[in-house]
Ligand binder design. Sequence first.
Ligand SMILES: Nc1nc2c(ncn2[C@@H]2O[C@H](COP(=O)(O)OP(=O)(O)OP(=O)(O)O)[C@@H](O)[C@H]2O)c(=O)[nH]1
Ligand SMILES: [Mg+2]
Length: 307
Amino acid sequence: MGVLSRLGLGLAKTREGLLGAIRRLLPGSRKITPELCEELEAALLSADVGAASVSVLMEAVRESVRQAGEADASSVRAVLKKVMTERLRAGKQAEPVTAVPHVILLLGVNGVGKTTTAGKLAGQFVKAGKRVVLVAGDTFRAAAGEQLEIWGRRVGADVIRHQAGGDPAAVAYDGVVAALARKADIVLVDTAGRLHTKSNLMEELRKVKRTLGKALPGAPHDVLLVLDATVGQNGLAQARQFHEAIGVTGVVLAKLDGTARGGIVLSIAGDLGLPVRYVGVGEGVGDLQAFDPEAFVEALLGEPEES
Ligand SMILES: Nc1nc2c(ncn2[C@@H]2O[C@H](COP(=O)(O)OP(=O)(O)OP(=O)(O)O)[C@@H](O)[C@H]2O)c(=O)[nH]1
Ligand SMILES: [Mg+2]
């Protein structure tokens, strides 16, 4: 499929924005002026790359121009690719965990894509031959459990749920107990993005996390924060809040296909230091990809294919 893989298609909007800007700014070989640098900087910022990452990228571009005396589109692209890849690799990767079952807690504000991500992940683990238990820890809406049931049926995963309005920590506990009894490999715990009462969401989620550890010491082995790529820099504020309150081991960036601001990936990894573990590029079960810095940068800035 070349550069325009499924990831490339998901990133088409961001790719167009960045490559378009580079092409317009640098048609052929020419000296890069301060004005051109400012425009490139603006293009990166409007792709949500984030101020700290933009200044690192622009410093590298200016330095390479200083050394070479001039710049063309492909050399600027090469510098951006190199520095972006470095920054994306810098997000700390969690130690691989080999616990069985491996318990993954999914968090995030409402509507970001938690339940869909749980379903997609379940599908991929089942496909890899794993036995998967989905836990309906979102007891806020009756429909949330139903949505998870549908995913479970679709991908062949067991679903543990309680009555709507129940205690999320209690269903989380039961989910792990059921997974142990069934000798499941993976437990995916979906959660609510908001609550009925004014009680504190973070407090509730902390309780869910603690309870998972009571059901199985060491659990949860992963706490994945799901962010909606289309909300841009607001996602970073959410990430900081969740990370401080609960402790996050990685980020799933959903809806990357719906935005021209895919640079948000660099903000999360580079500015926040949290590893991006998966990206969502559509609504189907196959539209979740393990995040790979090289593949991402190639999909974003790779040579446009000859047409
Ligand atoms: N295009 C696209 N849509 C997505 C992606 N991930 C999720 N969605 C859609 O986003 C909407 C919300 O997804 P949910 O999974 O229900 O989000 P949630 O975080 O569980 O929402 P609440 O349970 O209400 O907090 C649904 O219509 C999903 O199909 C993605 O990667 N790309
Ligand atoms: Mg949900």
